[in-house]
Design a protein around this ligand. Structure first.
Ligand code: SAH
Ligand code: SF4
Ligand code: F3S
Length: 455
């Protein structure tokens, strides 16, 4: 039987990317992925609600699909993810051409929901949040060639209730997946050629804390790292308050664990951190960075920053700048605060005008660009192992890969390197990447040793 065509659009975080892959795998017996919505019988939009803009994008995209549906009435449109959870029934009222709305806890029922669509039902809304949601084991082929990097979600939801954040309200309470399922999934990925795995959760450091007798996060890292053939292991996101010595020591003790940590700080001001309900101070954060660097001096640390949180004064903002200078982040992701539904901060008076938020954001990014470039310069002149992911800008012979520190490296080299590890010589740091020349190891062909050196 000919498979139907499925188009998936994904917004938001890596957990959404993971969920989209699972949707594709669950539907793979009867659907195959197409690269354009015009070709689809079923369109799924996996949405994000973290900031205002992300949500608006969803509505305008879905609006475009309305026209498609007018031309092709059998086309079905489904909305998944955090905006779906947030909007629920509202969504089918606002956009009546949407056939299905389902939240993150109902994701795993997708085959059943699609069967209902196929039997003619529409306007289906499934957004119940479960007390203890399951993340079933769905193992399947990786679509789109043979990716070398993959994500594995190890937990769902969040219990932290940072006052600005919608996630606990749309993803529900924190639950951890059984370690056996995680290991089995990693094994399957490695069998398919994946060499670099990132474990995902909103707060991976609290993995397993609610389950009795199971492994904690540090033990889970050990278990995953021992999957044969896995060369690189990463995780995201860590909450600073829960990053403990056991996990920090893993960076020194587990060979596969890459020397990169994303540790969102959000603000350098204690008063703002308190209002955000982050439950750590600037000093506690700096102390963890110091301990981490004592273990792994060269580690790359990246972070998230919010500017313009309600009540953020110029002095608070300056405290964030001085924290950036003090830590020396390799990269930052900075956002203008935007009020989100259901959150405590949405009830706080907004004191920073939009233009001022934008000024702070731009100034912060500029400030960091200089610091980041300075950090990247430490790699100049080093020979580094990279995992080659594909072609770089402009196509062949440009290639791009990633270091263990998670820095993108551009260089020229033969196509056969794609999907492989290779060692390059770092020539120059750019603002967010490195330029290198490849030093392919001598290879033995037809009995003679060749050495290639491509600039
Ligand atoms: N679980 C992760 C982050 C999830 S959201 C953590 O705890 O760090 C990713 C980033 O989006 C956050 O770190 C924060 O910087 C930003 N963010 C979240 N809510 C926001 C809001 N209402 N306005 C602006 N930025 C926000
Ligand atoms: Fe949101 Fe805070 Fe949970 Fe991260 S830890 S998902 S920022 S509530
Ligand atoms: Fe967005 Fe939901 Fe992730 S709000 S950031 S897709 S958890």
């Amino acid at each position: 039987m000919k498979k139907k065509a499925l188009y998936v659009a994904t917004f938001g975080c890596q957990m959404n990317e993971y969920d989209s892959l699972k949707m594709v795998q669950m539907l793979s017996p009867s659907y195959e992925v197409v690269d354009a919505p015009e070709k689809a019988d079923l369109i799924l939009v996996n949405t994000c609600s973290i900031r205002e803009k992300a949500e608006n994008k969803v509505y305008s995209l879905v609006g475009r699909f309305k026209a498609l549906k007018a031309r092709k009435p059998r086309l079905k449109i489904g909305i998944a993810g955090c905006v779906a959870q947030q909007e629920g029934e509202n969504m089918v009222r606002k956009a009546p051409y949407v056939d299905l709305v389902f939240g993150p806890h109902q994701l795993w029922r997708l085959p059943e929901l699609v069967a209902r669509l196929e039997s003619g039902e529409s306007g289906i809304v499934e957004v119940r949040l479960e007390e203890r949601p399951d993340i079933p084991l769905v193992i399947g082929e990786l679509p789109g060639g043979r990716p070398v990097r993959a994500f594995v979600t190890i937990m769902q939801g969040c219990d932290n209730f940072c006052t600005y954040c919608v996630v606990p309200h749309v993803r529900g309470r924190e639950t951890s997946r059984p370690p056996g399922d995680i290991i089995e999934e990693v094994r399957s990925l490695v069998d398919q050629g994946v060499k670099d795995v990132t474990l995902l959760g909103q707060n991976v450091n609290s993995y397993g804390r609610k389950e009795k007798g199971g492994p904690g996060f540090a033990e889970l890292l050990e278990m995953v790292a021992s999957v044969p053939g896995l060369r690189r292991l990463r995780f995201t996101t860590s909450h600073p308050k829960d990053l403990d010595d056991a996990v920090m020591s893993c960076f020194a003790g587990i060979e596969q664990l890459c020397e990169h940590l994303h540790l969102p700080v959000q603000s350098g001001s204690n008063e703002i951190l308190r209002r955000m309900n982050r439950r750590y101070t600037r000093e506690a954060y700096l102390d963890k960075i110091e301990r981490l660097r004592a273990l792994v001096p060269d580690i790359s640390i990246t972070t998230d920053i919010i500017v313009g949180f309600p009540g953020e004064t110029e002095k608070d903002y300056e405290a964030t700048l001085s924290l950036l200078a003090e830590v020396g982040f390799d990269q930052i992701f900075a956002f203008k605060y935007s009020p989100r539904p259901f959150t405590k901060a949405a009830e706080m008076e907004e004191t920073v005008p939009e233009e001022e938020k934008l000024r702070r954001l731009n100034h912060l990014l500029e400030f960091q660009n200089r610091l980041g470039l300075e950090r990247l310069r430490r790699f100049e002149g080093r020979d580094m192992e990279i995992l080659v992911e594909g072609h770089g800008k402009g196509g062949a012979p440009n290639l791009m890969g990633r270091t263990r520190h998670n820095v993108v490296v551009n260089f020229k080299g033969p196509e056969e390197l794609i999907g492989e590890f290779t060692t390059v010589s770092i020539l120059e740091a750019r603002e967010h990447s490195l330029k290198a020349s490849s030093i392919a190891p001598p290879s033995v062909r037809d009995g003679c040793t060749r050495e290639t050196h491509i600039a």
